[in-house]
Ligand binder design. Structure first.
Ligand SMILES: CC(C)(COP(=O)(O)OP(=O)(O)OC[C@H]1O[C@@H](n2cnc3c(N)ncnc32)[C@H](O)[C@@H]1OP(=O)(O)O)[C@@H](O)C(=O)NCCC(=O)NCCS
Length: 184
């Protein structure tokens, strides 16, 4: 049987102010302390704040497996080049002709343009691949900063996906989400 060839994102990339690389289990302490246990960061995300560092280790193990297998959500950690500080994470899931992105930043690094800078770099990379026609992301309808990040990254607001996504930190019911995309 012929192997299905999947687009493989670059393992590392850089922007004007950031360097990105895949997470490793050895990053657990930093990831836990910097953002994974912070309820302000995880409020609208699809996972609960990590209760202890063991949860972070298990999660990073799954991230390593995703990169090894080149499937599912492929994440990077984002580091501020000037200081080496861990500032957050961004990831992509590539399915067919689409690349879907998710991102978060540690609270200390909000509102400096980092999320938009990283998202724009990856959205541009994805649309430069011949197989990918749609770079998109969604956010909770009550997360205006994230909606703004998508627009700053060059995506256009397409509408609201009603009852699209469960944010477990906010309850069990699916919530309305804003969807934005850039296409070619
Ligand atoms: C959403 C998030 C990634 C934004 O990261 P960031 O690096 O601060 O984003 P940027 O600095 O690139 O852009 C933020 C924009 O939102 C705006 N903004 C911030 N808070 C806002 C608010 N409450 N209402 C409206 N706009 C807001 C900022 O002014 C900025 O826009 P501007 O540059 O036009 O002024 C960050 O807040 C975060 O990690 N939140 C928790 C995790 C999360 O929600 N991730 C997204 C899941 S879809």
């Amino acid at each position: 049987m012929r192997e299905i060839l999947r687009v493989r994102p670059p393992e590392t990339f850089s922007t004007a102010r950031l360097d990105a690389r895949p997470p490793r289990i050895a990053d657990a302490e930093r990831v836990f302390a910097t953002y994974a246990q912070d309820p302000d960061v995880t409020r609208h995300l699809s996972w609960r704040s990590h209760a202890d560092i063991g949860v972070t280790r298990d999660f990073l193990g799954l991230c390593e497996t995703a990169w090894t297998r080149n499937e599912g959500h492929l994440p990077w950690l984002l580091f501020e080049r000037q200081t080496g500080a861990l500032v957050g994470s961004i990831g992509v899931a590539i399915g067919g002709s689409q690349a879907c992105f998710g991102y978060l930043l540690a609270r200390a690094h909000w509102n400096r343009g980092y999320a938009a800078e990283a998202l724009k770099a990856l959205a541009d990379w994805s649309l430069a691949q011949p197989e990918i026609y749609r770079a998109w992301a969604f956010c909770d309808a009550e997360n205006p900063a994230s909606a703004r990040v998508m627009e700053k990254a060059g995506m256009t607001r397409e509408g609201v996906l009603r009852r699209w996504h469960v944010a477990p930190n906010l309850g069990a019911e699916p919530r309305d989400c804003i969807v934005c995309a850039k296409v070619k």
